[in-house]
Design a protein. Structure first.
Lengths: 249, 249, 249, 249
């Protein structure tokens, strides 16, 4: 039995893995629309190239090839507040705005208020802006399209849209929504629980890590990357003169 | 671009997460039959109750609630040779038999030969027998059914079947195939690569761990379990008298 | 070269491991008094029986015996804010009080002010009280004695003492200092840097974990503990009726 | 009580951390000579610059700064068979030779026999040769000196010495002993248990990792190194043309 359902008779061969993940997290099976949205977000962030956690994971496999699980774990450990945590932070930001809408207060004024509080607390607005993609992150745009296609667009997508429009005026520069902002917006509109948002990028990245590690077993680059990383520090001047002597034996 | 495909235009909203995992691991998209088989195996092993890695993971979250990723990683670290490694070991066992079939050698004689070598090397036959399920593991049976339904049954399922029949004669007792044996059999028949077998239980268990950890955040049992675990040692006599004094401060 | 010193000529065989740790963390070698204090704190917390992180670590080794490093890592992951983080939290608490002493403000009034702020923010006073040891934790007492013996007692020990005396009046019950409070007090008085406090329990616990894991290799209890932990949940009533069926397959 | 001793009365403030580690691992306190040897080995390998596990650990802290324990764990996970496992492998190699000495068989003939078996099994001789240090690794030389100074030189150092002399003749090239060979030789001669050898580099590296991570908190280089690592792959030609497009989104 899993979550009150007979694993063999009702689940294996009947539902897909995405349905099963939704079931494990929420206790019930998703609708077709909910599955489409969750699938889209998992696909959008599973693989993003040689990001820090992937680099760390491949180096770990190079150093300890006897334990694939150790290299996966090392990669998961890099899924923290800076990298993947922004999805959850953006979800909390949208939910805070949503909670204040009502009565005479529309989204625009609720958003203005919450953004003002973030600015006062010197907190970045999570889910907006991207170091690489100027303008609208194409993955974010696609996620909103998918949500609209399956009829799941709702208040959080609207909030994300309005926050984007308020950015120049309230923050002083145009900051478009990024994939970490689009993910919670479409998931929350689909009825996925706020407190489970962190699980989505973590599951997605595990799939990406496994792909990378199987590649590492066949085409090893872990030591090449480690060497390049160490070399970069010798030359970039970010470490004072004492560092080189201090760090190499 | 992911694996030669445009992430935004071709993948997000078009394919499911299971397809994406197959793509990341193999470089191409699965057929509908391949997806069904992979989904069935992922669903079959995602959640298996309070197994050691789940217990360790929940205790870790209780002790370090600031880092969900740390608790997921702790759970992944328990996905090693004893627990989840048997799927890969069984896959290698089946593949070894399959490689020897041909010419005048049928499956039965190839299997007899390989089993003989395992016995000689005092190695357990991986993928057979189960501490709880006497007789046929219902999850294993269901996986073979699903593979047959989608037309994916092939040589590895046949080998698994024949090995099961040979067991009483060659090993001296009836050992039915278990879920760790069925998973590689149906995956290999579906064309999933042998060297990537370890990835399947690892991805599945990550989904299960995330489900458990979200539950731990709401209904904490980590410290209760830790206390019970420590208490069990005080009383079960498995530790010599010096132990209790040695282990508590 | 390590930290400006010739590893072979100056360090190996000349200094002890405790000196080396102090060197790696601070950039200079400790005095004899500083070494005594650091040694005392490391010894005091290296081993504390079957605490959650040790239990999780031993279970991980049972499940994945091929990777000792994985089991050590799993144990380290449980050294988070709830368990070992209190040493650092207590250090910040003492440092905050110390920073406000001066001019007409004595320790008592600075402590009263800071404790008042903690109470207002509903934060526990870190480093005081203990679930097991009623009254003064003997390890804490011994650490203060050692610091006094080597002439390292200073403002932070005094603050810890005064806070302890203020407890009944300000918090409403007598809460004695515990080992997590004594460690930062004596280390800060010895000149060990505040921002490196977390490193001390982490290094100490690694030694304890290694001791436990070598024992696990010879006298395995990981699966016994895991079983007891899972059993405890079946019977303790902390989980709703849906849980048992939901968690076992 | 720890290992039958009163923690407060007998250990804290009385023994050093190195003694305590020996106690936790062996159950008894070391002699002064044993402590000197263990200290020397721990100091010799605690810090070795920006090696893969350190790079992975610093990247992990950059990505997940909320969890120092996660970054330590990520670094520990890279202490596997390739990097730090060679100490244990060399220890087993020396112990195998030692076990065959006796009667008419001297060290030279026992070593020749064991080396022959390693060669036949295409196994590298562990503990000899070094990518950077041509000739004798100065740390290895120093460790043997320290062991001699404290009167701990014994059969394993002799075996290491004789194996070094046999290398040109049996392996075809001069391969000097390295630090991973010297560590088990001197530890085994000092009476440190073979099965606990892995614990020494792991504890030492934890100290080194903590030093690096405290530095990372103050002078971050994790993302710089990650970027350099990713860049190195774009240009070094080790990945086929499909890789760049496949790995970046």
């Amino acid at each position: 039995m899993v979550r009150g359902r007979n694993l063999t008779a009702e689940l294996i061969g009947t539902i897909g893995f995405t349905d099963h993940f939704w079931l494990l997290v929420t206790g019930s099976l998703p609708s077709a629309a909910q599955r489409r949205v969750l699938d889209a977000t998992l696909v959008a962030i599973a693989e993003h190239g040689l990001v820090p956690s992937v680099v760390a994971s491949r180096m770990t496999l190079a150093a300890a090839p006897e334990a694939l699980q150790g290299a996966v774990a090392a990669g998961i450990l890099g899924c923290g507040s800076v990298i993947l945590g922004s999805s959850e932070a953006a979800g909390r930001f949208f939910a805070e705005i949503a909670a204040r809408v009502g009565g005479s207060r529309d989204v625009e004024s609720a958003a203005t208020e919450v953004i003002g509080e973030y600015r006062l607390g010197k907190r970045a607005i999570p889910g907006f802006g991207h170091p690489l993609h100027k303008g609208f992150d194409p993955r974010a745009r696609r996620l909103f399209e998918v949500a609209a296609e399956v009829g799941c667009s709702g208040p959080h997508a609207e909030i994300a849209h309005i926050v984007g429009k308020l950015m120049p005026q309230l923050v002083g520069k145009p900051l478009a929504i990024n994939v970490s902002g689009a993910i919670p917006a479409v998931l929350l509109d689909a009825g996925y629980p706020l407190q489970a948002l962190k699980g989505v990028p973590m599951l997605a990245r595990t799939a990406g890590l496994i792909g990378h590690l199987l590649e590492e077993q066949q085409r090893p680059i872990g030591f090449v990357m480690s060497h390049a990383a160490a070399q970069a520090i010798d030359y970039d001047g970010e470490t004072p003169s004492g560092f080189e002597s201090g760090e190499s034996a």
